[in-house]
Design a binder for this molecule. Structure first.
Ligand SMILES: [Zn+2]
Ligand SMILES: [Zn+2]
Length: 249
């Protein structure tokens, strides 16, 4: 059984119900985090996940609301007992940001503090990010202010989930998400490098996914009802993402 956890579902500015958008990908034995703009370790604990099981981090891009919590995440993983080199997957600019954030703190006297094992994701479509006994993760770049990857996660003998990353509606993300059981897509709103709820719904329809979950949400004074109605007019099987929600695949 695979589980996609929504650790956070907010945009850079959201409301009290949402922290920044972060995910966890849980396979039979494996566990990876996706992005760490907020306190990813605390959100993982809130979702019942064991920090000693985290085998790596995928960073979608260099923006603060996706990677700004990196030093705190590493400190918490180390305190939880992680000492082995820690894999971080991302495109070149995201990994450079990770290196800068790591260098901002002097951890040289912290015994057995894990070194970083940076693994660059290629720029081609459906680039292989990682593969283990259970999960295979691919990435394609969407359309954002800086290079940003979306993800496709396939479970051996099981289902498929996809995540848009930060992006305007993108043909590359449509292809990446093709026939996924669940597509987690950003719905920040119309604007350069972002998607409206209707835009996300069109991507879901074109990709032929089973369900659409909207994330990277700003403040929702009406509880998100208008956003949901806008998306459901295009793609009925849409729901709002909530911090702590989980989807089996
Ligand atoms: Zn961004
Ligand atoms: Zn963002």
């Amino acid at each position: 059984m695979g589980t996609l956890h929504l650790l956070g579902t907010g945009a850079a500015l959201s409301d009290s119900a949402r922290t920044t958008t972060m995910l966890a990908l849980e396979g039979r034995a494996s566990l990876y985090l996706v992005d760490c703009g907020g306190d990813a370790a605390q959100r993982a604990l809130a979702s019942g996940l064991d920090l000693t099981r985290v085998e790596g981090l995928i960073v979608t891009h260099e923006h603060a609301d996706h990677v700004g919590g990196f030093p705190l995440l590493m400190e918490r993983l180390w305190l939880a007992g992680q000492t082995e080199p820690f894999p971080v997957y991302g495109n070149a600019s995201a990994l450079k940001q990770v290196e800068r954030l790591d260098a901002a703190f002097d951890t040289s006297n912290w015994p057995d503090y894990p070194s970083l094992d940076l693994r660059e994701v290629g720029a081609e479509e459906r680039a292989l990010v990682l593969q283990d006994d259970d999960l295979t993760v691919y990435a394609s770049h969407g359309t954002h202010a800086v290079p940003c990857i979306g993800l496709r996660v396939e479970r051996r003998g099981g289902g498929v989930v996809a995540y848009s990353g930060d992006t305007a509606p993108s043909a590359a993300i449509v292809r990446l998400a093709e026939s996924a059981d669940v597509l987690v897509h950003e719905a920040t709103g119309d604007g350069p490098g972002h998607s409206s709820a209707a835009g996300a719904a069109r991507v879901a329809r074109e990709a032929g996914v089973g369900r659409l979950v909207l994330v990277h949400l700003g403040p929702q004074p009406d509880g998100g009802e208008a956003l949901l109605a806008e998306a459901r007019a295009v793609f009925p099987a849409t729901e709002l993402g909530h911090d702590g929600a989980r989807y089996e695949f």
